[in-house]
Structure formats: C-alpha cells, structure tokens
Design a protein around this ligand. Structure first.
Ligand SMILES: C[S@@+](CC[C@H](N)C(=O)[O-])C[C@H]1O[C@@H](n2cnc3c(N)ncnc32)[C@H](O)[C@@H]1O
Length: 267
C-alpha cells in the first residue's frame, strides 16, 4: 500500500504591513529657501508634523511660525505637537537628558503616525543632515513601525554664513572642522585651526583674540546680523549685535567661522 500523501498545512500568508511614507524636507531658513525639489516633495504629503517649543511666557515658538508660513504657501495641513521638555540644567548628564528627550519624541512621532493616515511630512530647519535629530529619530521609530523615508536637502546655516560673508569656509586644500560651542575647547585642544561653531549659548573666545572670526546671527530671518574681523577687535561688537538680534526677533541663532592666525589666507 502506498504511503498516504503528506498532509500540507495551509497557512494564510503573513501580512506584512505596508511601510508608512515620511518625507523629511529641509526648508532652509524659511519660504524663500524652499527649493523646487522641496515643493515637489511636499505636493506628495498629506499632513505635516512640527514640534513646537513654546516660550516660558507661553509665546509661540518663532520657528514654528516659519513652518506654518511654508504650510500655508504649499496648502498643507499642519499638526503641531508640543515638544517634550528637555532637562537643560547645567548639572544634569547631557547625554542622558538628550536620550530621554529623543525617546519622548519617538513616542510623539508614533502617536502622530497612528492618528493621521497618508504621507507624513516633516519640515526641518536648514538642512536635515546638519545638527538635526529628525533622521535619527525616524530610525528609532522605524524599528517599531515600518517606514519609507525620503529626504530633501535644504539650505543650512553653514552655507548661508559663507554666502553672506562671501568667503570660502576653508583655505585651499585645508580641512574644516564643524562643532558645537560645548565642544569647542576639545576641538582647540586637538589642534583644529579652522572651525565652524554652532549651538552657542554665549561666545567664549578667551585666548583666541588673534584669530579671525566671521559671525552671523538669524541668517535669512528677522534680526539678521553679520560681523567679521579679529576676535579681539570685534567681540564687543558681536555681543552687542547678538543682543540686538534677540531683541528684534525674540530669538537668536548664531554660528561662526573661526580661523587661526597662521592659516593660509588664500581663498
Ligand atoms: C539644531 S541646529 C540646526 C541646524 C540646521 N539644521 C542647519 O542646517 O543650519 C541649530 C543651530 O544652527 C545654527 N543656525 C540655525 N539657523 C540659523 C540662522 N538662521 N542663523 C544663524 N545660525 C543658525 C545655530 O548655530 C543654531 O544654534
């Protein structure tokens, strides 16, 4: 007698959830920097998400107003999510505070994805590839919800600084080190001689009086200010211009190119 035919258990094919589409768009410093490529990408978006950091006095996040303007111009719905608070106390463990903040933001992204169907757009200040956590957060979200992410570059503060001062950011064949104010002492100790410094709370340039600086605040926006020269000569001018920019706009974002006196002066 022949062996009975093997029993084949029929299983329904496992359903693979379709990835959610997310379009991350660098908007530069506002509507004037929204490129045709960004406009085309935004035309495929159903809803835009923006985090808002409201001021301690309850005033609206001024950078949110710029995103709102872009959405109005592009006919897009904007969902504003309060930015989870970040512990900024001087004595707190910086990395741990940032990690907790990122976790809270990942949760916020997940909730917006669950609550809104269609393609999600994220408008990033400047360029998404420069000191912005959006793409890293989406990597974390993507571990829990399948995502398909498209990125459109934007005009970042760094090329804008170079353009406003009409300078090349480095001398011929020389490197450029990009860092934060917090890590400037470390970069100088490493021997960096040509740096761009971002995320400043104040300017601390003691001992660098003979270096050259090209500084810019609120580039492309209200209160734009530019100062260049020998650090020892222009520091008070920068400090005054920084305070004026903050007064005029209600906020100040600044960065600067810093070059050692012995770097070659060729463009
Ligand atoms: C969180 S980072 C974001 C950078 C942004 N993704 C970019 O491409 O410029 C914020 C820092 O960028 C710099 N920054 C951003 N916008 C600026 C502006 N309009 N003018 C001057 N500096 C700016 C400042 O150093 C600020 O502290």
């Amino acid at each position: 007698m022949a062996d009975p035919a093997p029993v084949v258990e029929e299983r329904a094919p496992a359903s693979v959830p379709r990835p959610r589409r997310v379009v991350v768009v660098g908007i530069g410093m506002g509507p004037q920097h929204v490129t045709p490529e960004a406009v085309a990408a935004l035309a495929r978006v159903d809803v835009v998400l923006a985090f808002a950091k409201d001021g301690e006095d309850g005033s609206e996040d001024p950078l949110l107003a710029v995103r709102r303007e872009v959405c109005v111009q592009q006919g897009l719905d904007l969902v504003v999510v309060p930015d989870p608070p970040r512990d900024r106390h001087e004595d707190v463990d910086y990395a741990a505070a940032v990690e907790a903040w990122h976790r809270a933001r990942v949760g916020a992204y997940e909730r917006v994805l669950a609550d809104h169907a269609g393609v999600l757009g994220l408008l990033v200040w400047g360029d998404p590839g420069l000191y912005d956590s959006t793409l890293r957060l989406l990597d974390a979200v993507g571990e829990r919800v399948p995502l398909e992410v498209e990125v459109v570059p934007g005009i970042g503060s760094l090329p804008l600084l170079a353009a406003r001062h009409r300078v090349v950011l480095h001398d011929v064949g020389h490197p450029l080190h990009v860092t934060t104010a917090r890590r400037l002492p470390e970069a100088l100790a490493q021997g960096q001689r040509n740096l761009v410094v971002m995320l400043n709370r104040r300017l601390e340039l003691d001992g660098l009086e003979d270096w050259s600086i090209w500084w810019g605040a609120n580039l492309g926006g209200v209160g734009e200010a530019l100062v260049a020269g020998r650090v020892g000569d222009v520091l008070p001018t920068i400090e005054a211009a920084r305070a004026r920019a903050k007064e005029e706009a209600g906020w100040v974002l600044d960065l600067y190119l810093l070059r050692a006196p012995d770097e070659q002066a060729a463009g």
